[in-house]
Structures are given as structure tokens and as C-alpha cells.
Design a protein around this ligand. Structure first.
Ligand code: AHR
Length: 501
């Protein structure tokens, strides 16, 4: 097959916000305990955090990290997680049917983030709690000094405020599984009231109101319209969440997941812009895509769910998906989709980071390793900078059961101030390579190329404890520039990064 790209530096989408490369750590399964935190591990630092995991998280290049949930936050009492560790209560976590020991809380997590060099994004509990508790947490976290809560923070070892900029107003409040789930109208009113109160403490905090927990929710669209009608003037972002999985062996549809993500983002943009027009507002709503990934949710629902009134394990193995090459190609195409919408999606969180639907896995007392999905994320987080460019792709289409006819090739590029270009491509064909060509005369530079593809003859190959380095991106030696003519060959089911520098 053959595809032609129009690569034009004038076709700008918008600035790439570094927050697009954020992630998410929830108190869920082995994400925190036996994940980032394992005091008995040989590599643990003086605070009990695994140094080998810290190294991998730094290599991954995550920026802002959302915490502490997720569904967990809707039962979370933040006061449990601060103060002397020995007096913190153990609590049952109804979201994941587990025990939360509160050994790691806001102070410890924030210290870990400072070590990584990432920003903290906090979620408040609007499921089982309300405006007052959200205000207390904001004051505890951000007031420099002079109140009981600020003094309590200082007494707990942190005199400087955490100065948290981004706050989520609850989590997935449209989902019937959410503790405190409510209607769009009820949630919209509560979120607006909480946002106003938080802004009266600090007008510059950045607030994220909950959008739908997926585009397939029965209330999708109407939920966004109603919630934004209440909150438009007092929030900065509306959230999107999306997870994709291979269902019924339908690889063709699975590989086209990015088409669905494009449509999802464009529908939320249209809905937000409708509310903007109705209100005569001059403010444009941004999107925080604060949960996205491949997740074998069906497996969780049918096999892994914990039950029993006498069964509340600490850090059980939950949502520990092992990612294949095909998963990583889909994952890479989701990154392309986010970058294609960089003008409106200005923050995103890969859900999640360690062990739980994660790019990084660990074994208690043993090694930590990179899943297949680690590679597209690390590459884009390190190289997709500056401005996103819209790439017009002239490509074949193929039929899918779920999304109809979809393009075989999808692409996006970024260009920085020094005219370095990063080009990202996905080939969704299961059996054919695609020769991609582009005229690059308009790029106005003399470039050398580095190209890497993630591809394997076995699309189900994965990195595991037994074989942690089975899959990695390989140099793509077909990338070349001949005068103003660029070409690269994309293997079947592959994700490719080409750096022009
Ligand atoms: O990331 C796992 C879960 O997915 C989160 O807790 C929830 O917000 C979503 O449904």
C-alpha cells in the first residue's frame, strides 16, 4: 500500500501543552503499595519508595500526575492520609473492595513526585463528601500559613504549601458504579457550588469538571451539556475518559480505536462550544483527557472482581493487564489522536502508571520492567514539542465491524522553535506494509532522520516477568530524505516515530 502526507508547518493545530503527557496514580491494587512503594524492596529509598521504579517513571517522562483516584476518591477521607503514620486509620475501600492502610498519603506522594520532577493534580471527593471537605483540603494543601489547617500541614512536616494547581471536581459522577453517583443536574449544581467556593479561596486554581466516563454512556452528550450549563463560568476543563480493548478477536476494529477517540473529542468540543454560544461566553472550554488507555475491562468484570464482606485484601493484584504489540500500536494511535486535538486537549492522564493498567510493572522483591505501551509514551513525551501540525493523509481505507470504513494510516506531527519535527504514524493494516511519502520543501530545514517503529511479526508478543525485554522499538532504516522528498515504510500493525533534526 501507499499513502501520501501533506506536511506543512503552516497547518498548525495548537501548542502542545506538556501536561498532555500526564499520568494517574490511584490507590488501587498494587499501584501504590507493592508498586511505587515497597519499603522492604532492596532498591527502596529512605521513604520506602522503589528507586528502580522512580528511574523508569523518569524515563517515561510523565508530567502532571492525577491522584488519589479514580473511583477510590469517592470514598476517600483525605484527613486519614496525613499526620503520624502510626495513627492513620485502616479503611475499607468500597470502590475496589480492598483495605486502604493510609501508609502513603498526600505528603508522601507529593514527596515522591518532587523526586520524579512531576506536578501533583488532586481530585476531591464529591461522591460521599461535599464542598466543605473540598475547601478544607484546598486550604490544607495551598494556604501558606496562618490557619489551623495550614498549621496542621506544617506540624505534619511540610511548612511550604503544596501549591496544587489542578483539581478534579470528583470522578466519573455519571457512572452508576460511582459512590455518590448522581444526575447531571445534581452533579452540575454541586460542582458549580464547589468550584465557586474553591475560587473564593484562590481564583487561579484550575478546575476540572467531570464529563462522561466514556462516549458509550447512555447520558453522553446530554451530560456534558447539562453539567457545563451549570459550571461553564467557574471551571477550566471538562474531563474525558476512554478505554479500549480487543473484543471478540476483532483486531481490525480494535486498531481503529483512535477513530473513536477523535470522534469523542470532537463531540465534547461541539457540546462545549454549544454551551459557549448559548451563554454568549468568550471563554473556550479545554479538555482534560484524564483517563485514557487500553484496558481489558471485560476481564476485570468477569474474573478479577473481589467480593465478600470478610474479604478486604491489601494491595491485591487488580487490573494487571499485560500489553501486547497490538495494544501498544493502538495506544500509540491514541497519542496521535490526543496530539491532533492539542488546541482543545491541553491536559491528559495516561491511566495508570505502575502495575494497574500500567506501562511499568513490578514484582515484589523483584524487578521492574517496561510494558510495550511504555515505548510510544516515552518517545512522544520526550520529543513531541512545540506546536502540533495537522497532517492530511491520502491513504486507503478498510472496513471494520464497529466503526465502518477507517483510514489505514493516521499521522500527526509537532514542530518546535528550532524547526525540529517529530512525525508519528500508525499503520493499521494487518497484512500489508505502507510506503509513506511526503514533500517536505515547506519545512525549511536541512534534516537528518532518526526513525523507530514498534512492530513484531507476532502482534501478541509482550514483555513479562519471565521475558521483560521481548518487545522494544527498532530502528526503521527505510526512512530517507531525497531532496524535498521524504519516505518511510511502515510495517503492518505498527507505530512509528520519525525525528527530523
Ligand atoms: O482507572 C481505573 C478506573 O477507571 C478509575 O478508577 C475510574 O475512574 C475508571 O472507571
Amino acid at each position: 500500500l501507499h499513502a501520501r502526507l501533506a506536511l506543512d508547518p503552516a497547518a498548525t493545530v495548537g501548542a502542545v501543552n506538556p501536561r498532555l503527557f500526564g499520568s494517574f496514580v490511584e490507590h488501587l491494587g498494587r499501584s501504590v503499595y507493592d508498586g511505587i512503594y515497597e519499603p522492604a524492596h532492596p532498591s527502596a529509598d529512605e521513604n520506602g519508595f522503589r528507586r528502580d521504579v522512580i528511574e523508569l517513571v523518569r524515563e517515561l517522562g510523565v508530567t502532571t500526575i492525577r491522584y488519589p483516584g479514580g473511583n477510590f476518591v469517592s470514598g476517600f477521607r483525605w484527613e486519614d492520609s496525613v499526620g503520624p503514620k502510626e495513627s492513620r486509620p485502616r479503611r475499607v475501600d468500597l470502590a475496589w473492595h480492598s483495605t486502604e492502610t493510609n501508609e502513603v498519603g498526600i505528603h508522601e506522594f507529593s514527596q515522591w513526585l518532587e523526586n520524579i520532577g512531576s506536578e501533583l493534580m488532586l481530585a476531591v471527593n464529591l461522591g460521599t463528601r461535599g464542598t466543605l471537605e473540598a475547601l478544607d483540603l484546598l486550604e490544607y494543601a495551598n494556604l501558606p500559613s496562618g490557619s489551623a489547617l495550614a498549621d496542621q500541614r506544617a506540624a505534619n512536616g511540610r511548612s511550604a504549601p503544596f501549591d496544587v494547581r489542578m483539581w478534579c471536581l470528583g470522578n466519573e459522577m455519571d457512572g452508576p458504579w460511582q459512590l455518590g453517583h448522581r444526575s447531571a443536574d445534581d452533579y452540575g449544581k454541586l460542582a458549580a457550588q464547589t468550584a465557586r467556593a474553591m475560587r473564593s479561596f484562590d481564583p487561579s486554581v484550575e478546575l476540572v469538571v467531570c464529563g462522561s466516563s466514556s462516549a458509550s454512556m447512555p447520558t453522553f452528550g446530554e451530560w456534558e451539556r447539562t453539567v457545563l450549563s451549570h459550571t461553564y463560568d467557574v471551571v477550566d476543563y471538562i474531563s474525558c475518559h476512554a478505554y479500549y480493548e480487543l473484543k471478540n478477536g476483532d483486531v481490525g476494529s480494535f486498531l481503529a480505536s483512535g477513530v473513536n477517540m477523535d470522534h469523542f473529542i470532537e463531540s465534547v468540543v461541539a457540546t462545549a462550544d454549544h454551551v459557549k454560544a448559548v451563554r454568549g461566553s468568550d471563554k473556550t472550554m479545554a479538555i482534560s483527557f484524564d483517563e485514557w488507555n487500553v484496558w481489558y475491562n471485560e476481564r476485570f468484570e468477569t474474573l478479577d472482581k473481589i467480593t465478600g464482606v470478610d474479604n478486604w485484601p491489601v494491595a491485591p493484584r487488580l487490573l494487571e493487564d499485560v500489553y501486547t504489540v497490538a495494544d501498544a500500536v493502538v495506544f500509540g494511535s491514541l497519542l496521535i489522536s490526543l496530539l491532533k486535538h492539542a488546541d482543545r486537549v491541553t491536559s491528559a492522564s495516561l491511566a495508570q502508571l505502575v502495575n494497574v493498567i500500567a506501562p511499568i510493572m513490578t514484582e515484589p522483591g523483584g524487578p521492574a520492567w517496561r510494558q510495550t505501551t511504555f515505548f510510544p509514551f516515552a518517545a512522544a513525551a520526550s520529543n513531541a514539542r512545540g506546536t502540533a501540525l495537522r497532517i492530511t493523509v491520502d491513504t486507503d481505507h478498510y472496513e471494520t465491524d464497529v466503526y465502518g470504513a477507517v483510514p489505514v494510516v493516521d499521522a500527526v506531527a509537532t514542530i518546535d522553535e528550532a524547526s525540529n519535527v517529530a512525525l508519528y504514524l500508525v499503520n493499521r493494516s494487518q497484512d500489508e506494509s505502507v510506503e509513506v511519502t511526503a514533500e517536505i520543501g515547506r519545512l525549511n530545514g536541512t534534516y537528518s532522520l532518526i526513525a523507530q517503529s514498534l512492530h513484531d511479526d507476532d502482534i501478541f508478543a509482550a514483555n513479562t516477568l519471565a521475558n521483560p525485554e521481548r518487545v522494544a522499538p527498532r530502528d526503521n532504516s527505510t526512512a530517507r530524505i531525497d531532496g524535498e522528498h521524504f519516505s518511510v515504510t511502515l510495517p503492518p500493525v505498527s507505530w512509528t516515530e520519525v525525528l527530523f533534526s
